[in-house]
Design a protein around this ligand. Structure first.
Ligand SMILES: NC(=O)c1ccc[n+]([C@@H]2O[C@H](COP(=O)([O-])OP(=O)(O)OC[C@H]3O[C@@H](n4cnc5c(N)ncnc54)[C@H](O)[C@@H]3O)[C@@H](O)[C@H]2O)c1
Length: 434
């Protein structure tokens, strides 16, 4: 029997701040999408919270999530964010070129009202971009300024709750170092302007200190270091990440479980992409690409258990590349050439050509993650929300716990948690009536 999880009820008129460090293609596609859906100009395709149903342990669909769970309504969301580029959300959406002008014009005033606050930005961490809308001063002063931004935003917009989702660029590759080992060493590093503290970590620190959940849509380390895990635990705040699972990895974590389930062997998996948006430009820097590459490469090892099946998965050649190709804009094209083998070792090939729209796939995840993490916060959860792995390429787990990558295993884990929340919500409703 599924346990229930009680949820703190939402006070009438209380709004939810969705704060986005990085207001580029993904962020503005999410904001514009919510504004369009609110006005019934478009449908929230791809959003679990808006279209999904609960599922039982056997996978049978039940009530609509929106009916079974006390999710924040779209009308109660208030978007804000930071970006070194001062464009408001309308200008940024036009520049990103994901949503066409016909759909943007009716929501233009709502988008123009979303102006990025000055960013904590360092071109050493994102080398292909720069912009004037930045905070100045010591790292500690800029970190404190972010906390003041968060508190001020919530107060100005009458938000009782908030969630921070990193939709900023992918930073250069980094491993946890001495400054990241404890909260004390992290805060001492802030005080001495330590160059190993990445801007995304400063946002994570400011969010957690402000008791706002922090989710990471990029593969950066950000909150995934011992110091910030300690802070999340101390403040009792949920975290999640890393790297939205959208195009090629979504396909990979769908196909690989099929190979594993049917005990088909894998010799090699060659994945390549062409991408022409600003994200592609940033990933053209090989140190930023390394961060992404590590995130993309990790998924096969866990799904295909080479330890148990060395004869099937003992020597897999796995390659991933991304090429910046401006004519393609946000419409990423991914190719997968998959070399498999079957009965008696006979070789076969699978070819996938996914002509996707990167931000169209990522935008609903921003919305779902904000709404579901808000539920988790109201349920008193803290630390990495492993049940949100479904949405991420590199799911963050509690120390010592392996990540689950198989999309269907992730879906089962997610729905088990949603069922707990639904039971908690219905128990609360019954006791209110009784
Ligand atoms: N679109 C997808 O399918 C997808 C999937 C997985 C991950 N991601 C990741 O999501 C992120 C956003 O992607 P995008 O396509 O919107 O990129 P984008 O380049 O359009 O937007 C990123 C924005 O972040 C800003 N930025 C960089 N550093 C910042 C900082 N320190 N503070 C505030 N803003 C900062 C940039 O100026 C830019 O406007 C990227 O890291 C990308 O790798 C995207």
């Amino acid at each position: 029997m599924v346990k229930s999880t009680p949820l703190r009820p939402v006070r009438g008129g209380e709004r939810l701040a969705v704060l986005l460090p990085g207001m580029g293609a993904v962020a503005t596609t999410a904001i514009a999408g919510v504004e369009a859906v609110k006005r019934q100009l478009a449908k929230p395709i791809g959003s679990l919270t808006q279209l999904g149903h609960l599922r039982d342990e056997e996978g049978r669909p039940g009530a609509r999530l929106a009916d079974a769970l006390p999710l924040a309504s779209l009308d109660d969301l208030v978007f804000g964010g930071w970006d070194p580029i001062p464009d408001d959300a309308y200008q940024a959406a036009r520049r990103a070129g994901v949503i066409d002008a016909r759909l943007l014009e009716p929501i233009r005033p709502a988008l123009e009202a979303v102006r990025p606050m000055p960013a904590v930005f360092d071109p050493a961490w994102v080398r292909r971009l720069d912009g004037p809308n930045v905070k100045r001063g010591s790292l500690r002063a800029r970190a404190e300024a972010l906390r003041a931004d968060m508190a001020g935003f919530l107060e100005r917009n009458r938000c009782g709750r908030g969630v921070v989702v990193w939709t900023g660029s992918t930073e250069v590759y980094a491993l946890p170092g001495p400054a990241h080992q404890s909260l004390k060493s992290f805060e001492a590093a802030l005080d001495r302007d330590d160059p190993t503290i990445a801007p995304s970590m400063v946002y994570a620190w400011a969010a957690l200190k402000s008791r706002l959940p922090f989710l990471n849509g990029a593969p950066n380390l950000s909150a995934d270091v011992p110091a910030l895990r300690e802070l999340a635990d101390r403040e009792g705040v949920p975290t999640g990440g890393k790297d939205f699972k959208t195009g090629q990895t979504l396909m990979k974590t769908t196909i690989a479980p099929m190979l594993s389930a049917r005990l088909l062997g894998l010799e090699g998996w060659f994945s390549t992409n062409i991408l022409g948006n600003r994200d592609g430009q940033v990933l053209d820097d090989e140190d930023a690409f390394r961060t992404k590459e590590v995130s993309k490469l990790g998924v096969l090892d866990e799904i295909l258990d080479a330890g148990r099946h060395p004869e099937l998965y003992g020597e897999v050649e796995h390659k991933v590349t991304i090429h910046y190709y401006p004519p393609r804009g946000d419409n990423k094209e991914g190719w997968d050439a998959i070399d498999i083998f079957g009965w008696l070792g006979y070789p076969m090939q699978i070819k996938v050509n996914f002509q996707c729209r990167d931000s169209i796939l990522a935008a609903p995840l921003v919305l779902d993650l904000a709404l579901l993490t808000d539920l988790a916060q109201r349920a008193g959860e803290k630390g990495p929300l492993e049940w949100l792995s479904f949405f991420f390429k590199s799911p963050v787990t509690a120390p010592g716990r392996a990540a689950v990558h198989d999309l269907f295993a992730q879906q089962t884990i997610l729905h088990r948690q949603l069922a707990r929340y639904a039971r908690g919500a219905s128990a609360a409703a019954e006791s209110a009536v009784g």
